[in-house]
Write a protein that binds this ligand. Sequence first.
Ligand SMILES: C[S@@+](CC[C@H](N)C(=O)[O-])C[C@H]1O[C@@H](n2cnc3c(N)ncnc32)[C@H](O)[C@@H]1O
Length: 247
Amino acid sequence: MPLRFLHPYIDVTKKIKHPSNPYVAKFLNGTLPIQYGEKLKSSMGEWRAEIDKFHVNSHASSEIINKETSQRPLWIEIGCHTGEILITLAERYPKHNVVGIDITFKRIVRSAEKILKKKLKNAMCLFADARYIDELFAKEEVTGVVIFFPDPWLKKKRSKNRLVNREFCQKLFCILQPGGFVWFKTDQKIYFDGVLECMDELGFERQEAVEHTDFISEKRKYFSAFQRQFMHKDIPTFEAFLRKQSI
Ligand SMILES: C[S@@+](CC[C@H](N)C(=O)[O-])C[C@H]1O[C@@H](n2cnc3c(N)ncnc32)[C@H](O)[C@@H]1O
């Protein structure tokens, strides 16, 4: 079975011969802000504390950390690639926590190395297949979800592999706090329309990113690597900022 389809609680590093993948060794030495495997189970619902424990105080108990940090907004980026947008968000919003998720060792290591190099104390990387997002984050744990250019699976018979389908949108609804957002971009109109339809059914409201004026006034900062490639080739892209209604 390809690694990408394994359940995230399975320790993938045990399934790989180390010499064949230099990035696995970097996972194992534990110095990078990366979480994977069984540890993900206990981090569910505790991500703010986990980030603090890694960067600030590894000896503090979860209860103490939780008191200090439980109000902090938690944003996640699905498909964080080499960490560019993750780092931009973490730098611009130092009082938020940001978690990047990806499915390849190399991209997660690259992202995590950038977090350390920039001395960011509010960010972390998570190696997991995001299809299991509801087993990585607890109900209403997350304040915002960024998904820029998820793999489009262009061939018709492969389109069922698209990550952001009806079931996945329901999972996002579940992990998001009321008032939380999903920021989605793609170059595939058919993908875009399908996602908007699902989000609409779930009661998400499409809006300009009014509360986050940075997102609007400094849009360029959030042009991802894939977006820049599409712009360079004059390929149109589609973008929506969707908010889960507050009760
Ligand atoms: C097309 S790239 C886009 C990268 C970046 N977001 C951008 O806009 O430049 C898709 C990214 O999603 C990651 N990815 C694909 N399937 C995933 C999954 N099921 N869970 C987590 N990440 C995934 C890939 O490894 C890759 O880094």
